[in-house]
Design a binder for this molecule. Sequence first.
Ligand code: ADP
Ligand code: MG
Length: 312
Amino acid sequence: MGEFDLIRRFFQRPAAAGVDVGVGDDCAVLVPTPGARWLVSSDMLVEGRHFLSTVAPERLGHKALAVNLSDLAACGATPRGFTLALALPRVDEAWLAGFARGLWALADVSACPLIGGDTTQGPLNLCITVFGEAPAGQALLRSGARAGDEIWVSGRLGDARLALEVFRGTVALDGAGFETVRAAMECPMPRLALGQALRGVATAAIDVSDGLLGDLGHILAASGVGARLDLDALPRSAVLAAQPADLQRTCLLAGGDDYELVFTAPRGVRLPDVGVALTRIGVIEAEPGLRVVDVRGDAVEHGLKSFDHFAS
Ligand code: ADP
Ligand code: MG
């Protein structure tokens, strides 16, 4: 199968609403919504770095788009479309069919059509760029947190890191426990509805991709504030809660790959109910720095850092 047959077969569909021209010409042509601003983000997935060769292609298709949509969610954007740049070692039709199935399924439920891309031969590598919109002035940024705001997180933290430790062989879980945390690692659901509902409510937001400490740290740095974080309040699955305390702490604070939203909001403000659990995990303080405390309010020494590709 040649390059253009491959694109037609797996990645081309009739243009969606709001797309004048999709896959098949030199550029996609999108219809902007009056008064809206574009929000654009890219994420690359490299085999061995961001995913294991053991992942099912359908789940990889899902995750490649999910991590990108998570950035739109963090900014409160409504998805409008995405491009897919793909390097493939060879044309494996079964692999491509699975990958495309996972990709299209999430694209469809997120109303985010595939509008173009690039396909080349090379080591397996996926790069998606997402395009979203938000009303002018309403995008959620990292820079709006103020002393006294409460810190909230959606869903649960730490399961993806626990799954990674099982793959690394440092932790053993029973079959059901492993499937729970593996699904968290391989099939994160971007919190798009929550992000959009937080427009005008949250003062700052970010998605947890590299670990809570680092990602919350980005909000603190951008906002020029500090925070107190309640370790015992961090929401976790029963599987993670059954692990030793130091492993729980690592997964919760520095796990990464969670794709939950962390946001700040003024105390007492009414939070939206979009069917996703929200947990209050701390408070913004004027004093710079991130102080992790236990249920008694005592400081927790953790020595943890979030993931950094170039950290030595
Ligand atoms: P060009 O040579 O003009 O850059 P290509 O030959 O690379 O275009 O691609 C042909 C068409 O197919 C373009 O519309 C491009 O956006 C689209 N395309 C290429 N690869 C992909 C892909 N992996 N997913 C979706 N669309 C793709
Ligand atoms: Mg061209």
